[in-house]
Design a protein around this ligand. Structure first.
Ligand SMILES: Nc1ncnc2c1ncn2[C@@H]1O[C@H](COP(=O)(O)OP(=O)(O)OP(=O)(O)O)[C@@H](O)[C@H]1O
Ligand SMILES: [Mg+2]
Length: 471
């Protein structure tokens, strides 16, 4: 995709230096306008929105600092680079405070300036990309703490909106960390019961012997340790919502009791004969395949149908990778707002919000996420901690297995001809292509090209020789 040419305002009073810089920048594809004084710079800034300003700080008359301030005030997104005299670090720091993105000190090599410029532009691009993601987060793509823009999530939001106001029982199915509990809470908070309690019970976390009492309550002396009368979760959730997590772990005996409570909306406390009636909406969740458990006789079929009035299926994260950038942004925002001291370095303002490098984002998107959104949340928290106050999260801040994640080669785009192919030759061709492309990218620097491919320099040279002989 061809980017539109970027306009640079170059402010420098030394004619030959200015001329030389202008030529180099023009060669690199920039549109450069030169001015020789602060006065002329202000005049040009008044009527043209430059993308970039490069200004000497020491100018006769109106100084570079004033030019910089005027530029940043008028165009907050402008990329400003200042040129300082040798050894005047203090000036440079001052300029950065006033909104410059970077500085170079005289005398400098043009490459230094170009490098600073590239880095600043990349940073600005990421910043606007992040701003874009954040805007999306604010506008759409969320339902009560649930984030997502993939077709699967949009469909889920629609379904939740429809079922939340009803009293129907819901069965949420999904792998660990896909957001089953968030969904259950979202349903409660969007329904008519929101002013009453949301009571959660993780059936898998409580010993079977205590689970019944936990669900239905007990009376004094019902079993050893039952010292007083106690309400169960069903009673606590009266008029509200009861969330039964990991419902697949329940014994068949208890399933029978649960079934009755669901059908009749009544039950007895353990050790009591007095029947209690409640008005409770039940949402159940499981990460096991209940259909298979039914077939295997481990889960009551009638209970399954009782629970599965409205099935909600949460797709694993690896099947909706387009949600990853949005989720990453969401967690970054959260850790920076109230996270574990996330942005040390002190740049608390949203202008300097932490971003994620494109390469790091590519790895995050290539990874398989067996622990789904919860694992991604932890990965972002870890990366923020490892980035230790830097403004950008890099590949090195990610856990080793995520760093190693790679987009699978799209072998489906490679046709396997009817007459077959010669695999070795075919692979050698791919190898040579990748080597040539990395050499092109590193402008022929073999060491750097080898690094790009994870090879030793000598290996790359040998490979090239072999491939040249072969192909
Ligand atoms: N779509 C989402 N948007 C934002 N955050 C999400 C989303 N899905 C999950 N999360 C976050 O991921 C974490 C795990 O979610 P949750 O506890 O609901 O998963 P779960 O499916 O109940 O997992 P488990 O089966 O292990 O109990 C939570 O911190 C939650 O806030
Ligand atoms: Mg859960």
């Amino acid at each position: 995709m061809a980017e539109p040419q970027k306009h640079i305002l170059l402010v420098e009073d030394e004619g030959p230096l200015r001329q030389a810089l202008a030529e180099q920048l023009t060669d690199r594809g920039y549109r450069v306008e030169q001015v020789d004084s602060g006065e002329n710079a202000l005049a040009r800034l008044a009527d043209f929105a430059f993308d970039i300003i490069i200004t000497d700080l020491r100018l006769p008359g109106i100084g570079g600092t004033e030019v910089l301030e005027a530029a940043v005030e008028r165009y907050p997104d402008i990329v400003a680079i200042v040129v300082t005299g040798f050894g005047t670090v203090k000036d440079a720091v001052e300029a950065i405070k006033r909104g410059a993105w970077d500085f170079v000190s005289k005398p400098f090599q043009i490459d230094e300036l170009l490098h600073a410029l590239d880095a600043a532009l990349e940073k600005r691009r990421l910043k606007s990309e992040n701003a874009y993601l954040r805007a999306q987060l604010e506008e759409r793509y969320r339902f009560e703490g649930l984030i997502g823009k993939s077709p699967a999530m949009k469909k889920l939001f629609q379904l939740l909106e429809t079922v939340a106001p009803t009293n129907s029982t819901i069965l949420i199915n999904g792998e660990t960390g896909t957001g089953k509990e968030v969904v259950a809470r979202a349903i409660h908070h969007n329904g008519t019961r929101r002013s009453h309690r949301f009571v959660a019970l993780n059936c898998g976390a409580i010993p079977e012997t205590l689970l019944e009492a936990e669900l239905f309550g007990h009376v004094r002396g019902a079993f050893t340790g039952a010292v007083g009368n106690r309400q169960g979760r069903f009673e606590q959730a009266h008029k509200g919502t009861l969330f039964l997590d990991e419902v697949g772990t329940m014994s068949v005996a208890l399933q029978t009791k649960l079934l009755r409570a669901l059908q009749e909306r009544e039950f007895e406390r353990v050790g009591d004969s007095h029947t209690i009636k409640v008005d409770v909406r039940v949402i159940a969740a499981t990460n096991s395949d209940l259909v298979r458990m039914v077939a295997a006789g481990q889960f009551r079929e009638d209970l399954y149908y009782r629970l599965n009035v409205i099935p909600v299926q949460l797709p694993p994260l690896r099947e909706r990778k387009e949600d990853i950038p949005l989720l990453v942004q969401h967690f970054l925002d959260r850790f920076q707002r109230d996270g574990p001291g996330a942005v040390r370095g002190g740049k608390g303002s949203s202008d300097h919000a932490v971003t994620v490098s494109q390469e790091a984002m590519r790895r995050l998107m290539a990874y398989d996420w067996p622990g789904n959104v919860r694992q991604l949340e932890n990965a972002v928290e870890r990366a923020v901690a490892f980035s230790a106050g830097r403004s950008q999260i890099e590949v090195g801040d990610l856990a080793a297995d995520i760093q190693q994640a790679q987009e699978p080669v799209l072998t489906s785009t490679v046709a396997l001809p009817d007459e077959g192919l010669e695999l070795d030759r075919f692979l050698s061709n791919i190898e040579r292509d990748l080597i040539q492309r990395s050499l092109a990218r590193t402008r022929g620097n073999k060491g750097a090209a080898a690094k790009l491919l994870g090879l030793k320099r000598t290996t790359l040279v040998e490979k090239l020789k072999r491939l040249d002989r072969l192909l």
